[in-house]
Design a protein around this ligand. Structure first.
Ligand code: NAD
Length: 466
């Protein structure tokens, strides 16, 4: 806060758990409304000078932030494993991604014209002001860094409310960033509850924008509350993404990709492709292949490099997944793999990767975001029906198309209502916009689109002779 570590005014204590064992690993003191207001005041003080900083100053700061986080990568990786339970390989990617965000934002800024000439005008892309950044537990460090990097690149200052369940990751990051001599008040972090600290940020007339990543339910609350001050919002919300396997796909290639995108981040990713659409004519073959891949996956100890699925983050999340598995059985879907309970010999919040076949798109397990390793397999008769089922959802964050013919896959992808569509397992690219259609969100992050989301165009007419 204002360039210093301070003891919060809030007095509530909050336990942190190791999701693999369920044991309490720490206790933190949560900030309250007063802390939130102090953070906003510090960011407001810092804004005028930072908003006038040059591109070079911003790029230099972002590069130093990258170096500082990279230097603590091992510590961050350890925090992600212990506190969140991500399997080692995933945790390694997450820690690297957090550091790289600063370079991604610097690159976007360098390539971007902050003053653009249009007709008889100069259009100045002006930083919005103080921005409120709110992150979820499933990628806390990554979202703190991504949001902060693009906000600073744009010339904004920030108040940050990380997930209260991710305090160890937040601490490691802040210790790293503190080593970079940034002007005080540029970013101010209050670890506290969403309905306390997050709500204070959302209500404040001194906060120009909220960039939120989390559930659709909380996103709706923020959107409603933001209306009273006409705040700008970026909302990155939930998903129920479809993976369409076209009838020409080589299943030996397509199924491992479908399972990977379905269960990545232990099924706790907003972008998971959790509805796998297969051609009716290839039902048996596809289900056998899916079961074959799932049976090989190890769910359990995140430190074991052979583990593919780590534990769920909390007891609440564990129970949520169990509830949906029971719901799928009640609804009459066929349990092909997994089921209720822990994998053999495992404890804590570990779950069994689960696959349901004979799912219809009106079932609860096909409509609601489960946020755990539970996949639904649906069949379709022809391409048109596949597209119809894929789009029949309130969400629209991501989709996946698999085919032997990339041009055919692209034509199908073009008819899908989603912010990002990956063809044949194409990987994430940090310069490409990310965000959702429909109830998966508003706005885009990453690259130039992400940078623009912290800028407001101001037109100076008459600066250019007619
Ligand atoms: P959540 O909505 O419960 O919490 C997210 C953050 O919002 C937390 O920091 C929380 O404290 C805060 N919050 C809660 N109530 C608030 C309020 N009234 N005002 C302001 N802030 C408040 O989500 P979660 O359980 O932490 O994360 C899981 C959800 O996040 C899933 O639905 C997932 O799909 C979504 N998610 C989306 C993306 C994306 O980019 N679209 C990425 C990751 C996760």
């Amino acid at each position: 806060m204002d360039g210093r570590f301070v003891v919060p005014h809030g007095t509530e204590l909050f336990d942190l758990h190791n999701p693999f064992t369920g044991a309490v690993i720490g206790r933190v003191r949560l900030g309250n409304e007063e802390d939130a207001r102090d953070a906003i005041a510090a960011a407001k003080m810092a804004f005028p000078a930072w908003s006038r900083s040059s591109k070079e100053e911003r790029v230099s700061l972002l590069k130093r932030m990258h170096d500082a986080v990279l230097a603590r990568k091992d510590q961050l990786l350890e925090a992600i494993i212990v506190e969140y339970g991500a399997p080692v390989s995933r945790a390694d990617w997450m820690a690297g991604h957090a550091a790289n965000s600063f370079l991604d934002a610097a690159r976007a800024l360098q390539s971007y014209d902050l003053t653009q000439r249009i007709g008889n005008a100069d259009v100045i892309m002006q930083p919005l002001g103080v921005v409120g950044l709110i992150t979820p537990w499933n990628s806390n460090a990554g979202f703190i860094c991504t949001k902060l990097a693009y906000a600073l690149a744009a010339g904004c200052t920030a108040v940050i409310k990380p997930s209260e369940m991710s305090a160890t990751q937040t601490q490691v990051l802040l210790e790293a960033l503190h080593e970079v001599s940034a002007p005080p008040g540029l970013y101010n972090v209050v670890n506290g509850r969403g309905n306390v600290v997050g709500a204070e940020f959302t209500a404040s007339p001194d906060v120009a924008k909220i960039s939120f990543t989390g559930s659709t339910a909380v996103g709706k609350t923020i959107l409603r509350e933001a209306a009273s001050t006409i705040k700008r919002v970026t909302l990155e919300l939930g998903g129920k993404s479809p993976t369409i396997i076209l009838d020409d796909a080589d299943l030996s290639k397509a199924i491992p990709i479908a399972v990977q995108v379905g269960l990545g981040n232990s099924g706790q990713a907003c972008i998971n492709g959790t509805r796998i659409l297969i051609p009716e004519a290839r039902r048996e073959e596809a289900i056998t292949a899916i079961k074959g891949v799932i049976d090989e996956l190890k769910s359990g100890d995140p430190r074991d490099p052979t583990t593919a699925i780590g534990p769920m983050v909390s007891q609440t999340q564990y129970e949520r997944v169990q509830r949906y598995i029971r719901k799928g059985i009640e609804e009459g879907a066929t349990l092909v793999a997994g089921g209720e309970g822990h994998p053999d010999g495992s404890s804590g919040y570990t779950v069994r990767p689960t696959v349901f076949a004979d799912v219809t798109n009106d079932m609860v397990i096909a409509r609601e975001e489960i946020f755990g390793p539970v996949l639904c397999v649906l069949t379709y008769k022809d391409e048109a029906e596949a597209i119809k089922i894929a789009n029949d959802t309130t969400y629209g964050l991501h989709a996946y198309v698999l085919s032997a013919d990339p041009a055919r896959a692209a034509a199908v992808a073009n008819q899908l209502e989603a912010g990002r569509i990956a063809i044949n397992g194409a990987p994430h690219h940090p310069d490409v916009p990310f965000g959702g259609f429909k109830q998966s969100g508003i706005g885009r992050e990453y690259g130039v689109f992400g940078l623009q989301s912290y800028l407001e165009p101001k037109a100076l007419l008459g600066t250019v002779a007619a």
